[in-house]
Design a protein around this ligand. Structure first.
Ligand SMILES: CC(=O)SCCNC(=O)CCNC(=O)[C@H](O)C(C)(C)COP(=O)(O)OP(=O)(O)OC[C@H]1O[C@@H](n2cnc3c(N)ncnc32)[C@H](O)[C@@H]1OP(=O)(O)O
Length: 439
């Protein structure tokens, strides 16, 4: 499967880029040169007519692969120079996920491709009028000041303005420096910092490296707070109760929101349990990722948010966390499903997990099996089983019923295409009591 591009991570000074810069090719366009001496009078006149570009402008932009891609200008900021047209632009690549939005220099833009300026105000007004009450509440909850049920169009627009540009560009966490993906509503006093320094154990965050160094001398945590409920080899899972460890829970939410776009940031962490996966060595237990789970979910959600930190992605931890969430559901005697909406990467991971689990059972099972039986065996909600099997074309609708038609050859073909299984959860190493039984 091809890779969805993600920003960069630095470890010990060496930069790993998930999207290698491609060599220049036919897709290369002439650079929008800022060298005035070589420009014709006509070009100069045209440039001065359109610069600085308006927010909302659509134009082609040279990306890190060396090719030009369509972008929309989201924001602009003035550079400290004498030229009135010297700005840099925050752009959204319309073909890519928002995590790749970035500040670019004028030189990266092909000014010959500038399209008519969109009337942002009209566009946004229409969008905000189309918002449902539920969407409004979700947006409101990601804001620092929670609790405004009714947002008028003006404050909604103000909020969108506020969140459209990433506030924190990078974080330092343990031995990694990580580029962030999205806006996260840190308390206002952190909003002037491009980089934040996290204690990898208690997740407190600071503006300066020296503050972190001082903190690390005092912090006595060497693993997440809470109970270690799983250990197998160097992998450990900790269950953190948001009520008992409120600050940790909130810090984790601030951190996670930097990599989760459409998720609500809950300040009321009391209602959640956090399952934090760590790789352990002699220096301590280092967070790899986590998922959160509502203590009581009316919608039978068994997972609210899931994150593998970027340095650990594509190594099977995501599928491990998903598998773990279903193992907890099995212990509770319930079926579960992840909270919606799923992100692009979330959907890929879940589809991959469901596909492999179901194909493995169908391959081994002799005779007929129903969706209900599959659901009982896996704790996967029947709807998710149905959509997965439908996408694999293993379902037929006969006499008003869905019937699974699993030809062994078709199963083999799908299994081959399903890729790696991810890291296994060793259930014998899970020592856990469901939440309700603890109180
Ligand atoms: C309910 C919700 O919370 S939805 C939101 C989900 N969370 C997010 O979007 C936060 C940011 N993303 C992440 O944290 C991670 O990408 C996760 C948690 C979704 C997946 O974590 P990972 O540790 O990378 O998962 P894992 O290594 O098990 O891979 C899962 C599968 O997803 C797909 N996948 C994951 N990342 C990519 C990618 N960058 N490009 C293409 N496919 C990908 C692959 O099919 C992969 O399986 P494969 O490697 O065998 O081909």
């Amino acid at each position: 499967m091809g890779s969805i591009d993600t920003p960069t991570i630095t470890e010990n000074g060496s930069t790993q880029s998930y999207a290698a810069a491609a060599p220049a090719d036919d897709n290369q366009r002439p650079l929008a040169s800022s060298n005035g001496a070589q420009e014709s009078e006509a070009t100069k006149k045209r440039r001065s007519g359109i610069l600085p570009l308006e927010v909302g402008t659509r134009v082609m932009c040279r990306w890190r692969d060396g090719k030009y891609h369509p972008v929309k200008v989201i924001e602009r900021r003035k550079l400290q120079s004498a030229e009135p047209s010297d700005y840099e632009y925050y752009v959204h690549y319309t073909e890519f996920n928002r995590r790749l939005d970035e500040w670019v220099k004028l030189e990266q833009l092909d000014l010959d491709s500038v399209e008519t300026v969109v009337d942002e105000k009209v566009e946004d007004k229409v969008a905000s009028l189309k918002m449902t009450r539920h969407q409004k509440r979700k947006i409101d909850e990601t804001h620092v000041e929670v609790g405004h049920e009714e947002l008028d169009a003006a404050s909604l627009r103000e909020h969108e303005e506020f969140t459209k540009v990433k506030n924190i560009a990078t974080i330092e966490l343990g031995r990694y420096e990580i580029e962030t993906w999205y806006f996260s509503p840190f308390p206002p006093e952190y909003n002037d910092s491009l980089k934040l320094y996290f204690c990898e154990f208690c997740l407190n965050f600071m503006k300066r490296k020296e503050q972190l160094q001082r903190h690390m001398r005092k912090c006595d945590l060497k693993h997440p707070p809470g109970d270690e409920i799983y250990r197998s080899g160097t992998l450990s899972m900790f269950e953190v109760d948001g009520k008992k460890n409120k600050v940790y829970g909130q810090n984790l939410c601030y951190l996670a929101k930097l990599f989760l776009d459409h998720k609500t940031l809950y300040y009321d962490v009391d209602l959640f349990l956090f399952y934090v996966l760590c790789e352990c060595d002699d220096r301590g237990c280092h967070m790899v990722g986590y998922f959160s789970k509502e203590k009581h979910s009316e919608e039978s959600y068994n997972l609210a948010c899931i994150l593998t930190l970027p340095p650990y992605q594509r190594k099977g931890y995501g599928k491990f966390l998903i598998a773990f969430s279903y193992e907890l559901s099995k212990k509770e005697g319930k079926v579960g499903t992840p909270e919606r909406p799923l992100s692009d990467l979330g959907l890929l991971s879940y589809r991959g997990y469901w596909t492999r689990v179901l194909l493995d059972i169908l391959k081994k099972h002799k005779g007929n099996i129903s969706i209900k039986e599959l659901s009982d065996m896996t704790a996967i909600k029947a709807e998710d089983i149905l959509t997965t099997l439908q996408s694999l074309e293993l379902i037929q609708y006969r006499k008003g019923q869905h019937v699974i038609c699993a030809d062994p050859k078709v199963l083999d073909r799908h299994l081959k295409a399903a890729g790696r299984g991810g890291l296994e959860v060793d259930v014998s190493k899970l020592i856990w009591t469901p939440y309700k039984e603890q109180s």
